[in-house]
Design a binder for this molecule. Structure first.
Ligand SMILES: [Zn+2]
Length: 152
């Protein structure tokens, strides 16, 4: 048995920009509307729930709010100084105000890596003894998703 929260239908969407170094097209700075989805597998407790939908949604909301309208960059390879973040990729130098950037501890900001990052955050937030597995999906635009899962 599992619970499912669809980010498009439940409004867990965010707009953000990124780049994928060394990729022909995606190495240029560009943006997407992303959606965050979750499936929570487990067994029901005495009240009949695996976990309260509200608990899962609170955790998802925190992540969406953090990433919305930001520039997403990998933590490694950037230089932070004087409230600015600089990244040099493929011979191009980008400088952003620190307030506009979220640094994420992944090698690159693909949908796959973003899903892995979110999965770890969600696992920490909503763990309980009923939950056996958590799946997280990130849509990079409508109709293309990356999914990862973790058994607990
Ligand atoms: Zn992209």
């Amino acid at each position: 048995m599992y619970l499912s929260i669809d980010g498009w239908k439940s409004n867990f969407t965010f707009s953000a920009c990124h780049m994928i170094p060394a990729h022909k097209k995606c190495s240029r700075l560009h943006g997407h509307t992303y959606a965050l989805h979750a499936r929570i597998h487990g067994k029901q407790d005495k009240s009949g729930m695996i976990v309260d939908f509200a608990v899962v949604k609170d955790a998802m909301r925190k992540i969406v709010d953090k990433l919305d309208h930001r520039v997403l960059l990998p933590k490694k390879g950037v230089v932070k100084e004087k409230n600015e973040v600089t990244i040099i990729e493929d011979g191009k130098r980008y400088v952003f105000p620190e307030t506009d950037v979220v640094l994420i501890d992944v090698p690159s900001l693909t949908a796959e890596n973003l899903a892995k990052y979110v999965l770890e955050k969600i696992c920490k937030e909503i763990k309980n003894e009923n939950i056996s597995e958590i799946e997280i999906g990130i849509s990079e635009g409508w109709g293309q998703d990356a999914w990862v899962s973790k058994s607990l």
